[in-house]
Design a protein around this ligand. Structure first.
Ligand SMILES: [Fe+2]
Length: 288
């Protein structure tokens, strides 16, 4: 190896070792990452002091905290748009088929969601919450209904809190696993989810504040659909009424946005068993 210089160090790092022969994909990713990281250092003339601040920041990201038992690496990749870029790259291959957009899972999916019957209310309706009745159909790209598909649904409550974020919320509040019926349909009762800020007590929040960015997610409901003959399909359904729909902090709002319809007729309220105005939403998923 020749004497290392600023000009040759990137090639030296990329070509050190022969792992590219045994794992070409890893070598491709590694080589590109090193190329771009070194280029970034050269572009901003990164000092050793600034590099050390970066190291400490990465250490904090990986350290568990009150809001994130696994640390904040996932949250940071979301807030930097990194998660969404990979989704956009992967989703590109489905665009021609008019399928529903896929999207990021987010950090608050929890395995073991409770099985719930088609049609039930999936969480506690608070005094200020807006009841929402949801009707979904699930079809493939040929229009065939997806019967007996497993559909996981999770969302925050009307105040914007997932149940794991507040001790006073019941376990599995607004988390549910459903099965579509023989016609590929599913309905459930819930509340209009609240907008919520990502937890900002850790290093990600500190970054957002120093960049003058707000940390709000536009109101949404998460879904994972598992249908026979299809890859697992993960997405988020956004609401047009959210004030953050055009400035979501993880840059994941694209075209999958829905409108809810308000109902304040007394007879309709009585028929639905609610004592205040309620909302409805119909949406058909087309699963790739
Ligand atoms: Fe979420």
């Amino acid at each position: 190896m020749p004497a290392i210089t600023l000009e040759n160090i990137t090639d030296a790092v990329i070509n050190h070792g022969d792992k590219g022969k045994t794992n070409p994909r890893l070598h491709e990713i590694y080589s590109s990452l090193i190329k771009h990281l070194h280029a970034f250092q050269r572009e901003v003339n990164l000092t050793t002091e600034e590099l050390d601040i970066g190291r400490q920041f990465l250490f904090k990201l990986a350290t568990p905290n009150q809001d994130f038992p696994m640390g904040e690496i996932h949250l940071m990749t979301d807030c930097l748009g990194i998660s969404e870029v990979s989704i956009l790259l992967e989703d590109n291959k489905n665009h021609d088929h008019g399928t529903t957009e896929m999207n990021v899972e987010g950090p608050l999916f929890i395995a073991g969601l409770p099985e719930r019957a088609n049609g039930v209310l999936i969480g506690e309706v608070g005094a200020n919450d807006k009841p929402l009745f949801v009707n979904h159909s699930f079809k493939d790209k040929h229009g065939q209904p997806l019967a007996n598909a497993i559909v996981d649904v999770w969302q925050p409550n009307g105040e914007g809190f997932y149940f794991v974020q507040r001790d006073y919320l019941p376990e599995w509040n607004f988390y549910a696993r459903f099965h579509t019926d023989a016609n590929g349909n599913l309905s459930y009762a819930t509340v209009v989810p609240g907008d919520y800020p990502v937890p900002t007590s850790g290093p990600t929040g500190s970054m957002l504040e120093q960049l003058g960015r707000h940390g709000y997610r536009a109101a949404h409901i998460h879904y994972i659909v598992r249908a026979q003959g299809h890859d697992d399909f993960t997405t988020m359904m956004y609401f047009n009424h959210s004030p953050y729909v055009d400035s979501d902090t993880i840059f994941s709002v694209r075209d999958f946005r829905v409108d809810i319809v308000k109902h304040d007729n007394a007879d309709e309220m009585k028929a639905r068993g609610v004592d205040k105005p309620f909302y409805t939403l119909d949406y058909t998923f087309v699963i790739p």
